[in-house]
Design a protein around this ligand. Structure first.
Ligand code: GDP
Ligand code: MG
Ligand code: K
Length: 272
């Protein structure tokens, strides 16, 4: 049985896609310790469960929804993710996507709201986007169910990572990543590079988890020294802003090559 996480920004069509991909049986409860709804359904192709995570813009927890998602990543075992991306807001949505790809598990991108994007004159070269990110990109209209059968077909037993995506964050951060990786427990069950990046960004849930495994002060001093070095030697004021700017630059380049926006006459911001 596969366990697949459904994850994306708020209001991108997660619930619509969830309902399209799962049958009538749904388990609804709360995530442990918090009053955030947890919903699990059986995928129509019977290959496993789909877990609906709260909508978030980033993994670094500022809200209890983001804490739920970070906790899920560090404590639950799952086989892959469906990342729902709003095609009409692709630039902002891809910031989360990059953090998901860094987790080194299979990702299928469900490119949703393609009808809205089309009306706004946005054309996305899915093939190119898929090549650049190393994962399948499936255009869908979650509200009507269009394209969701393709996602269903991709959820097979041999779901695998085709290409491992790596974004380099420059010499200061890369050096710190290496130092942190050496301090992480050898048998850590989550990817070390992802963990190091999240720690450097200041993900408090990930820090709590690593501390619970018994790590001492070593990691904290690397995080602090990195923050100081970034503030001194780069245009950014701290590590998390630096990491954000590297991701942003990567996304801008990606969009320049794979997204074309035409000036359309009836561009409406309220046509969802
Ligand atoms: P969630 O907040 O991510 O769970 O998103 P929902 O599934 O609740 O969808 C948010 C809104 O967008 C709802 O009004 C949906 O009907 C609408 N919606 C979802 N998918 C699409 C789509 O592909 N196209 C359009 N036009 N609207 C959509
Ligand atoms: Mg929802
Ligand atoms: K600076």
């Amino acid at each position: 049985m596969l366990n697949i996480a459904l994850i994306g920004n708020p209001n991108t069509g997660k619930t619509s896609l969830f309902n399209n991909l799962t049958g009538t049986y749904q388990y609804v409860g709360n995530w442990s310790g918090v009053t955030v709804e947890k919903k699990v359904g059986i995928i129509k192709n019977k290959k496993g469960n789909l877990i609906d995570l709260p909508g978030v813009y980033s993994l670094s927890p500022l809200s209890k929804d983001e804490a739920v998602v970070s906790n899920f990543f560090v404590t639950e075992t799952f086989d892959g993710m469906i990342n729902i991306v709003d095609a009409s807001q692709i630039e902002r949505n891809l910031l989360l996507t990059l953090q998901l790809l860094e987790f080194e598990k299979p990702v299928i991108i469900g490119l949703n709201m393609t009808d809205v994007a089309k009306r706004r004159g946005i054309t996305i070269n899915e093939q190119l986007l898929s090549e650049k990110l190393g994962v399948p990109v499936v255009p869908v209209i979650a509200r009507s169910g269009k394209g969701t059968a393709t996602i269903n077909d991709l959820l097979t037993d041999d779901l695998k990572v085709d290409a491992s995506f790596t974004l380099k964050y420059g010499p200061i951060i890369e050096e710190s990543i290496n130092q942190i990786i050496h301090l992480l427990p050898a048998n850590l069950s989550i990817p070390k590079r992802w963990t190091a990046i999240q720690l450097l960004e200041g993900n408090a849930e990930v820090r709590k988890y690593i501390r619970s495994l018994g790590d001492g002060a070593g990691i904290d001093s690397i995080i602090q020294a990195t923050n100081e070095q970034i503030a001194d030697e780069t245009a950014a004021s701290n590590t998390s802003k630096w990491i954000y700017s590297v991701r942003k630059a990567f996304i801008e380049e990606l969009i320049q090559s794979s997204v074309v926006t035409e000036e359309s006459e009836n561009k409406s911001l309220t046509d969802k």
